[in-house]
Design a protein around this ligand. Structure first.
Ligand code: XMP
Length: 321
């Protein structure tokens, strides 16, 4: 019988078989998938696992602190944080093509893990890299039989060809709801298990146009407001996620106070979904939309317009890039 505890037992056994008495690094993104993958591997090999949290500068407000504080408190995991903000910004300079961004981000993640592996050499041979790849990531990156490449998920199609690590991907056959159940079974707290999905490439694929420091700061502020208002309205469990997207190459004319503005629009993309393979746009209450719109246009200097994405998946994907 295919119960959650049998999934855990089977995966723990497989991980032990694959890693033997070796050591592993796990990239933690702050999201559910990598958190659960790490907890599974920790159960299998204990403190021969070291987690690496890469601050690539494409994170949302508060995310780094959440991983460093909450995840470590919940699991007692060994954690190394790498500040790679400069590195990612430099690598992304001038890049606007979505697939190119995804591949660069996937590659830079691996480069950071390789550096971490070298830094940890004194403590042993970290030959294995744990990733929280899910079944839908594999399918949509063109890894499933007869499927087209829709986008290169950073941890699948975005991997460099000269990868030095052996991958450990205990969630590769699972959907998100199963991953959440596995996380609960492993004793992870609700705040981690019920987190809404956030893509590994982060805000980098939510800025339509080139990724720059200023644009990241702008989007981070708008995103924090939208998340705060959705949480206050008690809607977190009803929506799958709500990307906020900055149309950085689009400007429109507005009026604020008694002056003309010429700022950027942000898009709200609230979606409801079971597994992210398909999605419907969420009918958010108008009062909530109004509060988000008013606050963003008042509080975020560069943004003078908030628009709502009312497209299902298909035809739209959840993320804009
Ligand atoms: P799309 O945009 O393909 O997104 O409809 C489906 C789900 O996957 C998330 N997503 C990613 N997650 N790495 C991830 O870990 C990625 O490269 C990536 N791209 C999209 C997205 O947020 C949504 O939940």
């Amino acid at each position: 019988q295919w119960t959650t505890s049998s999934i855990v037992d089977e995966q723990v056994a497989r991980i032990r078989e694959q890693i033997g008495d070796g050591k592993a690094i796990c990239g933690l993104s702050g999201g559910v998938d990598s958190a659960v993958a790490a907890a599974l591997v920790q159960r299998a090999i204990g403190d021969r696992l070291t987690c690496v949290f890469v601050d690539h500068g494409l994170l949302r407000s508060g995310e780094r602190a959440q991983v460093e504080r909450d995840y470590v408190a919940a699991t007692g995991i060994n954690l190394v944080t790498v500040d790679a903000r400069e590195r990612f910004l430099t690598a992304l300079a001038g890049v606007t093509d979505p697939e190119e961004k995804r591949k660069i981000i996937g590659r830079e993640f691996i480069r950071v893990f390789e550096q971490a592996e070298r830094d940890l050499k004194a403590e042993g041979d970290y030959r294995f890299l744990v990733q929280g790849t899910l079944y839908p990531d594999v399918v949509e990156s063109g890894g499933g039989a007869g499927t087209a490449n829709i986008k290169s998920h950073h941890n699948v199609g975005g991997l460099p060809d000269d990868l030095q690590f052996e991958l450990v991907e205990p969630l590769r056959a699972l959907f998100k709801d199963e991953v959440r159940r596995v996380g609960t079974e492993l004793g992870l707290p609700e705040t981690i298990v019920q987190r809404q999905p956030f893509p590994g490439p982060g805000l980098g694929i939510r800025i339509i146009g080139e990724v720059t420091q200023d644009r990241l700061d702008t989007l981070r502020q708008a995103d924090a407001i939208a998340r705060e208002e959705l949480t206050l309205a008690g809607l977190d469990r009803q929506i799958w996620q709500c990307p906020v997207v900055l149309l950085a190459d689009v400007r429109s004319v507005g009026v604020q106070g008694d002056g003309r503005t010429y700022g950027h629009p942000v898009v709200l993309r609230p979606v409801s979904s079971e597994d992210a393979m398909t999605a419907d746009w969420t009918r958010l209450p108008y009062e909530v939309l109004e509060r988000i719109s008013t606050r963003i246009t008042n509080e975020v200097a560069e943004v003078n317009r908030v628009v709502l994405d009312v497209t299902s998946k298909p035809p739209g994907t959840i993320e804009w890039e």
